[in-house]
Structures are given as structure tokens and as C-alpha cells.
Design a protein around this ligand. Sequence first.
Ligand SMILES: *[C@@H]1O[C@H](CO)[C@@H](O)[C@H](O)[C@H]1NC(C)=O
Ligand SMILES: *[C@@H]1O[C@H](CO)[C@@H](O)[C@H](O)[C@H]1NC(C)=O
Ligand SMILES: *[C@@H]1O[C@H](CO)[C@@H](O)[C@H](O)[C@H]1NC(C)=O
Ligand SMILES: *[C@@H]1O[C@H](CO)[C@@H](O)[C@H](O)[C@H]1NC(C)=O
Ligand SMILES: *[C@@H]1O[C@H](CO)[C@@H](O)[C@H](O)[C@H]1NC(C)=O
Ligand SMILES: *[C@@H]1O[C@H](CO)[C@@H](O)[C@H](O)[C@H]1NC(C)=O
Ligand SMILES: *[C@@H]1O[C@H](CO)[C@@H](O)[C@H](O)[C@H]1NC(C)=O
Ligand SMILES: *[C@@H]1O[C@H](CO)[C@@H](O)[C@H](O)[C@H]1NC(C)=O
Length: 213
Amino acid sequence: MPEDNQFQPLAPARLHGKSDEEFGVFKPRASKPPRRSSKCPVYVLAGLVTLAAIALVFALAVLRVEAPDVELKSVAVKNLTHGTSPSPSFNVTLTAEVSVQNKNFGAFNFENGTATVLYEGMVVGDEEFSKAHVESRKTKRMNVTLDVRSDRLWNDKNLSSDISSGSVNLTTYAQVTGKVRVMKVVRRRTTARMNCSMTLNLTSSSIQDLVCR
Ligand SMILES: *[C@@H]1O[C@H](CO)[C@@H](O)[C@H](O)[C@H]1NC(C)=O
Ligand SMILES: *[C@@H]1O[C@H](CO)[C@@H](O)[C@H](O)[C@H]1NC(C)=O
Ligand SMILES: *[C@@H]1O[C@H](CO)[C@@H](O)[C@H](O)[C@H]1NC(C)=O
Ligand SMILES: *[C@@H]1O[C@H](CO)[C@@H](O)[C@H](O)[C@H]1NC(C)=O
Ligand SMILES: *[C@@H]1O[C@H](CO)[C@@H](O)[C@H](O)[C@H]1NC(C)=O
Ligand SMILES: *[C@@H]1O[C@H](CO)[C@@H](O)[C@H](O)[C@H]1NC(C)=O
Ligand SMILES: *[C@@H]1O[C@H](CO)[C@@H](O)[C@H](O)[C@H]1NC(C)=O
Ligand SMILES: *[C@@H]1O[C@H](CO)[C@@H](O)[C@H](O)[C@H]1NC(C)=O
């Protein structure tokens, strides 16, 4: 019985006495091998955690799919006609230069897209985008031709005064839908949108104050 009581306290004393000076020279020799074997899995685990973190950052940065940026770069005016009699109207052909910037690490293929021109919230012209392909991290520019015909409007009261004043405010809305494919792993459908406002100057036959959001 007394022998058992003496042995029992020894075990905890050894465990807690790792840095105790009391054990002097003998202690390090006895404890070194178990220390190595217990730290090795820790390094392996730390390595795995680091690898997992790198893989996660890679996945988030490279495999993430973002909608491309669609921008209206410029609008050219052609064949503008306008008049107030018998009824106020204007006809114009707008050539919009649109850029599609693909920031993804994979090609963007767009299947369909539409551009719409509105006057006071009413559609006066629309057009479909042709199918296109934008390489990974590249920007593609294309021209979209929009035939704007105000006779689509039904007796708008402000059109007469707008035409007399020599300028018409228009808004343009464009939407492009397509698929982004990253490294044959990720394949996602995404939609880019653009919303711009501008003023058509009937006197100079040009577009002014082009502002996009
Ligand atoms: C502009 O009108 C002319 C004839 O007046 C026509 O030949 C031309 O194709 C028109 N251009 C556009 C872009 O509609
Ligand atoms: C605009 O075009 C329509 C037909 O598309 C025509 O009836 C109208 O007279 C034209 N307006 C002007 C001002 O040329
Ligand atoms: C593209 O087509 C899909 C279905 O095929 C449709 O849901 C979507 O509205 C279309 N987008 C445009 C901009 O036409
Ligand atoms: C778009 O049209 C303008 C002239 O209207 C031209 O200068 C430009 O090169 C065209 N861009 C493309 C991509 O065709
Ligand atoms: C005409 O313009 C006024 C202000 O400029 C606006 O409040 C009104 O809604 C416009 N009318 C139409 C039919 O859009
Ligand atoms: C047209 O837009 C310009 C600025 O973009 C603004 O100052 C003007 O009041 C607008 N005119 C009408 C009739 O809404
Ligand atoms: C375009 O922007 C205007 C002003 O921010 C907003 O009132 C309108 O709803 C937008 N149109 C679309 C189709 O998002
Ligand atoms: C339209 O253009 C003419 C000539 O460039 C200019 O004198 C006029 O101020 C412009 N109109 C508007 C509403 O900016």
C-alpha cells in the first residue's frame, strides 16, 4: 500500500516537470524521443492545413465566376430625321460601340443579348446582340446598330416640345447572358447589365452627355 502511494505522484510529476531544473541532465535524454514523435504529426497537420488554405484561395480567386463588365464606349448617329408635322417624330440609326470585359480565368460565350433604347420609359428601338466569344481576361468591342423610330410612341405630349427644343433624352439598357467556363471544371451562366442615359442633339446630329451606371 505505501509503495503504491509513492509511485502514483511520480507520474504526474514527470509530465509536468518538462522544464524543471531539478531533473538536470537526465531529464532531456529521457524526454527527447517522445517529443519528436509527438511533434511530427503536428507538422504534417500544419502542412495539410496550409495546403488546404492555398487550395481554397486558388479556388476562390481562379474558379470564381463574375459577370463581365459591359460598357457603352460611344454612340454614332446616322440618318437622323425629325419633324413636328403632321405629328412630332424622329427617326435615327444609332451605332453603339459596346465593350465586354471578361475578368474571369475562363472564356465567356454569350448566347443572347439585347439592347433597348427608351424615350421617357417607352421602347423606341431594340436589337439583339450577335453571339460572341470573349477570351479569358480579355475585352471585346463590338458594334450594335439600333434603329430608333419614335412612331412607336403613342401621342407623347412631351415629344413635341422636346423636338422643338432640339434635343431628346434617351436611355439605353443592355443585357448579355452567357456561360463562363473555367478550366473545364466550372461552367456557370451569368448575366451582365448596362444602363446608360444620353441626349440626342437634333441640331448637331450627335450624342451628348453619355452617362452609364
Ligand atoms: C442611311 O440612309 C441612306 C439613304 O438615305 C441609306 O443608303 C443608308 O443605308 C442608311 N444608313 C443606315 C445606317 O441606315
Ligand atoms: C420615320 O419613319 C417612319 C416610318 O418608319 C415614317 O412614317 C416617318 O415619317 C419618319 N419620320 C421622319 C421625321 O422622318
Ligand atoms: C437568353 O435566353 C434565356 C433562355 O434561353 C432567357 O431566359 C433570357 O431572358 C435571354 N436573355 C436575353 C437578354 O435575351
Ligand atoms: C464600330 O464602328 C465605329 C464607327 O462607327 C468604328 O470606328 C469602330 O471600329 C467599330 N468597332 C468595331 C469593333 O467594329
Ligand atoms: C413630361 O415631362 C414632365 C416633366 O418634364 C414629366 O413630369 C411628365 O411625366 C412627362 N410626360 C410623359 C408622358 O412622360
Ligand atoms: C435631359 O438630360 C439633361 C442632362 O442629361 C437634363 O439636364 C435635361 O433636363 C433633360 N431634359 C429633359 C426634357 O428631361
Ligand atoms: C436604369 O437606371 C435608372 C436610374 O438609376 C433606373 O431608374 C432604371 O430602373 C434602370 N433600368 C433598369 C432596367 O435597370
Ligand atoms: C446641340 O448642338 C448645337 C451645335 O453643336 C449646340 O449649339 C446646342 O447647344 C446643342 N444642344 C444642346 C441641348 O446641348
